[in-house]
Each structure stands twice: as structure tokens, then as C-alpha cells.
Design a protein around this ligand. Structure first.
Ligand code: FAD
Length: 265
């Protein structure tokens, strides 16, 4: 690990000030990704700004028909939240299957969404549910937020403060987990809302993506049979020691069908 200056501000304004003008400064939420990255010397931040001292960044509330989850909220708290379970059970279910108990008790929604790991689970929920990401400087719509591999629309020094998820009519998430890490080899979140159907895929490509052909078919007929013959092209999908691009393309249809069946239960 290289040397860096460590800060633990007590307010969001102080955190933003500490980051201002420092291109190589990084915020830290649970450190589940950041700390291993530092240990492996894959990053050399000048400053680490720990958000752990800012109390009002964690918590879950229901505002109208939205569930609003603070950026520092741990996966374990989302998984066990009565509010999340009652308004969007699929989201609680997703959080409950992230990694292992240690990961769920340190990892945060803000860190997961900011990191845009290609195999992370939350990005699929954010995109399928059409969530809004709020930061210290403004708001981002889900579409267009995840730009690519570990890349988002966040500007340097921008801090995620909360993510707001609108209640869907029906929703479910199904993933084929990597047996070691539990990251998604392929995960598909399907959501049916008054505005239509959204299908978001994680794990398969460099970043989360929607499958329009499935969305159109499901808008007409919300059954797993409606998408049984829809395949995503393997051309741009991930291929690694865990699975080929063709295997992942096959899993997208399998997981999407399972998600629709689960949403209809
Ligand atoms: C063994 C293991 C297994 C895992 N399995 C899964 C899995 O199955 N599914 C899954 O989805 N994830 C999985 N994860 C990831 C984990 O769930 C965390 O969400 C992820 O590591 C981010 O951790 P963190 O919240 O502690 O963020 P940190 O590590 O603190 O930060 C991650 C990155 O986001 C930035 N950042 C953090 N917070 C903010 C913020 N509020 N605003 C702006 N930028 C911010 C940081 O600067 C850093 O670049 C796994 C991780 C591990 C170590």
C-alpha cells in the first residue's frame, strides 16, 4: 500500500471540501473494494476521505411510492429492512445475495453503484427500476449513469448520497452466482411498471445493459414464454475462466425467464 492522507469528516460539506481540487483523492464507504485495490497497489490516491463519520448518509426511508436508500447503507440493512421488503421485495432479495455475510455487513449501496463493477448486482436493480441517484451536487437518472467498465457519470469529487427506487408493479432478480465470490456471472432484473417493462443485465458485459427485445415482448405478454426465443448476441459479452461469452449469452435468457416467473408468483 502506498502512503496517503486519511480523513474522516463529520459532514458532507467537509467531505466535499476535502476532495475539492484533488484529482487523486478517493472517497471510501465500506472499503470492500477500495482497500483491496490499495493493498494490491492498483491505485495510488493522494487522500482517502472516509464517509463513515457522516451519520445521516446511512438509512432507509419510504417517500411516497419510492424507497430511498442512503449511500452509506450496508447491504445487510437493505436485505433485512421491513420497508424494502414490503415496497420492493426483489431489492431486499438482491441485497441478501450479495457476496457473503462479511461483505454484506461492510459493503454499501453508494460504493457498489459508484464502482460500476461489471458483475455487481445493484446496477441491474438501479437500471431496471429506473432509480434516481442523488449526489452532493445533483441527480442522475439510471439510464446513462453506468458508462462502462468501472465507469459512471459521476464527476471527480462527486459523492453519492442516496439512491431512490420507485415501486414497481412486479419485479424480480435472478442471478447465476460465481461459486467463489457470489458476484453475478449473469444477473437479470426484470421490472414491470405502469410505464412499461425494463430488463437489465449485469455480469454478462463490461457494464449493465438493457435488452429492448425482451422489454418489448414482455410489455405485450408478461410471461417467461414470451422471451424464450430471444437471445442476446455474444459478440460484446465477457469471456473469462469462469465462462465464455456464448455461455453468458445463454444464461441471460435463462435468468430473464426465471426472473419473469418469480415476478409473476
Ligand atoms: C469477496 C467479495 C465478494 C463480493 N460479492 C459481491 C456480489 O456478489 N455482488 C455484488 O454486487 N458485489 C459484491 N462485492 C462488492 C461489495 O458488495 C461492495 O459493494 C463493493 O465492494 C463496494 O464496496 P464499498 O461499498 O465498501 O465501497 P468502497 O470500497 O469504499 O468504494 C468503492 C469505490 O466507490 C467509490 N465510492 C464509495 N462510496 C462512494 C460514494 N458514496 N460516492 C461516490 N463514490 C463512492 C470509492 O472511491 C471507490 O472507488 C463483493 C466484494 C467482495 C470483497
Amino acid at each position: 500500500m502506498y502512503d496517503f492522507a486519511y480523513h474522516r469528516p463529520k459532514s458532507l460539506a467537509d467531505a466535499a471540501n476535502l476532495l475539492k481540487g484533488k484529482e487523486e483523492a478517493r472517497v471510501m464507504s465500506g472499503g470492500m473494494t477500495l482497500i483491496p485495490t490499495l493493498k494490491q497497489r492498483l491505485a495510488r490516491p493522494s487522500d482517502v476521505v472516509d464517509l463513515g463519520g457522516i451519520k445521516d448518509l446511512a438509512g432507509i426511508k419510504v417517500e411516497g411510492s419510492n424507497v430511498v436508500i442512503g449511500g452509506m447503507t450496508r447491504h445487510a440493512d437493505v436485505a433485512t429492512s421491513k420497508d424494502v421488503k414490503s415496497v420492493i421485495p426483489a431489492l431486499a432479495e438482491l441485497a441478501g445475495h450479495i457476496g457473503d455475510p462479511q461483505v454484506r455487513n461492510r459493503g454499501t449501496i453508494g460504493g457498489s453503484v459508484a464502482n460500476s463493477d461489471p458483475a455487481a448486482d445493484y446496477p441491474a436493480a438501479v437500471v431496471a427500476l429506473g432509480a434516481t441517484i442523488t449526489t452532493n451536487t445533483g441527480k442522475h437518472a439510471a439510464d446513462g449513469f453506468f458508462k462502462g467498465l468501472f465507469e459512471t457519470a459521476l464527476a471527480d469529487g462527486e459523492i453519492i448520497t442516496s439512491v431512490s427506487f420507485p415501486k414497481p408493479e412486479k419485479a424480480a432478480y435472478m442471478k447465476f452466482p460465481n461459486p467463489a465470490s457470489r458476484y453475478a456471472m449473469v444477473g437479470v432484473f426484470v421490472a414491470k411498471t405502469a410505464g412499461g417493462v425494463r430488463v437489465a443485465v449485469t455480469g454478462a458485459g463490461p457494464s449493465v445493459f438493457r435488452v429492448k427485445a425482451m422489454e418489448d415482448a414482455l410489455a405485450k405478454n408478461f410471461t417467461s414464454d414470451a422471451i424464450k426465443d430471444i437471445k442476446v448476441p455474444a459478440d460484446d459479452l465477457n469471456s473469462d475462466i469462469h465462462g465464455s461469452a456464448e455461455y453468458r449469452a445463454h444464461l441471460v435468457t435463462v435468468m430473464a425467464r426465471r426472473a419473469v416467473d418469480a415476478a409473476n408468483k
